[in-house]
Design a binder for this molecule. Structure first.
Ligand code: S3P
Length: 435
């Protein structure tokens, strides 16, 4: 049990580089493992979620080095080279591991079982098992459609033309990975753009994926050739400091080498609409992904109606964006964000409850929240074992009238193990205690 206590502090100041992008770290292991040859990854996120993927591939016979300063070496086994694991693959808290692996493993010639922790075992998996069944896969779920997933291998998959019922990069990626093993073409159309790291990285490994508007198409004719991957800093981790430095007086923070893929930058757009001062410095391209340094200074935020088109582009950043809204003058309205209810916890309900504990006027709606900004008080809030809820409420401590205690923060290690060190180095008065 890890508890964070955050005292009000003067502001955040300094320059930091947050750890590597989680989505890209997962994909670098998956594609590196299936490539012919040796892939070197730089900037890999050494955190529990990405390590769940890494360990799963080791269990399937792939030689992968331990991450050292973000460097990982993967000895690819080729597209057909994975071996049956001799135990269920335990994927911890990681939805990305489970959903992407379900597609990849549906096309192998061995059986396997995917399991996870309590949170992952309660998340919806039919969104992947149903389209995979249309492709000819056999995957058993629990009666309510959740994990463990029991995948029966040696099925002949066939391509499908599938329109995603929700904007989900995990489901899109799952089907594209299954499509690498399916006869004919697999076409996936998304209702709104979502992160496109799978498509970009497949192309980077020499595996053709065609994009036409909202549709991505893949077939089984490609091969992956080992490639060097440079993973930029995770904008989803940078987001805590983008908000923290915006809401705290006397702040100036520079975040180095942040991934600026346009399918991920919704948080910057939303904060700028709220009046945040964020400068994009030294934009450049690294390994096929846009990267920049971000300088953020304190500002007076104002409430806005968040454009629905930005929701999928900022989907992981809403916990901390709710904190920004609580510190803004006026009303912020979020709609079209029902997907937040099926993340590591129900992020609409849990954030609203925490905000209400801190005397913020927050009203839950079916698909979002209405927040009227004002003075936050201190208090004790629950993270519900959700890493991003824990880090979001830590930032709230910058503006609360007294200390905020956040319970159950151990899962910060799933995405951002250096959070406490980096946050305190910037001036956040945070103490972490383990009981
Ligand atoms: C991810 C996609 C998103 C996101 C998750 C990572 C990915 O999930 O919330 O943290 O790496 O593809 P959904 O596909 O469920 O929106």
């Amino acid at each position: 049990m890890i508890t964070f206590v955050v005292q009000p502090s003067d502001g955040l100041n300094g320059t930091v580089r947050v750890p590597g992008d989680k989505s890209m770290s997962h994909r670098s292991i998956m594609l590196g493992a299936l490539a012919e040859g040796v892939t070197q990854v730089k900037g890999f996120l050494n955190a529990e979620d990405a390590m769940s993927t890494l360990k799963a591939f080791r269990a399937m016979g792939v030689e992968i080095s331990d991450p050292v300063d973000g460097n990982v070496t993967i000895h690819g086994v080729g597209k057909q080279g994975l071996k049956a694991p001799n135990a269920p693959l335990y994927l911890g808290n990681s939805g990305t591991s489970m959903r992407l692996l379900s597609g990849l493993l549906a096309g192998q010639n061995f059986d396997c079982i995917l399991t996870g922790d309590e949170s992952l075992s309660s998340r919806p998996m039919r969104r992947v098992t149903e389209p995979l069944a249309l492709m000819g896969a056999t995957i058993e779920t629990q009666a309510n459609g959740s994990a463990p997933l029991k995948i029966t291998g040696s099925k002949r998959l066939k391509g499908i033309d599938y329109v995603l019922p929700m904007a989900s990069a995990q489901v899109k990626s799952c089907l594209l990975l299954a499509g690498m093993y399916a006869s004919g073409e697999t076409k996936v159309t998304e209702p709104a753009p979502t992160r496109d790291h799978t498509e970009r990285m497949l192309n980077g490994f020499g595996y053709p994926v065609q994009r036409s508007g909202r549709q991505a198409t893949i077939n089984s004719n490609g091969q992956l050739t080992a490639s060097n991957i440079d993973v930029p800093s995770d904008i989803s981790s940078a987001a805590f400091f983008l908000v923290g430095a915006s809401i705290a007086k006397n702040s100036e923070v520079t975040l180095q080498h942040v991934g600026m893929n346009p399918t991920r930058t919704g948080v910057i757009d939303i904060l700028k609409l709220m009046g945040a001062s964020i400068e994009i410095l030294n934009p450049r391209e690294v390994g096929g992904e846009p990267v920049a340094d971000l300088r953020v200074t304190s500002s007076e935020l104002k409430g806005i109606v968040i454009p629905e088109a930005l929701v999928p582009l900022a989907i992981d950043e809403f916990p901390v964006l709710f904190i920004a809204a609580a510190c803004a003058s006026g009303q912020t309205v979020l709609t079209g964000a029902e997907e937040l209810r099926v993340k590591e916890c129900d992020r609409i309900q849990v954030m609203a409850e925490g905000l209400q504990t801190l005397n913020v006027d927050a009203t839950v709606t079916e698909d979002g929240m209405i927040i009227n900004g004002g003075q936050m008080s201190g208090g004790e809030v629950q993270s519900h074992d959700d890493h991003r809820i824990a880090m979001a409420f830590s930032m709230a401590g910058l503006r609360a009238s007294s200390a905020i205690t956040v319970q159950n923060c151990a899962n910060v290690n799933t995405s951002f193990p250096e959070f406490c060190d980096l946050a305190t180095s910037l001036g956040l008065q945070l103490t972490s205690t383990e009981a």
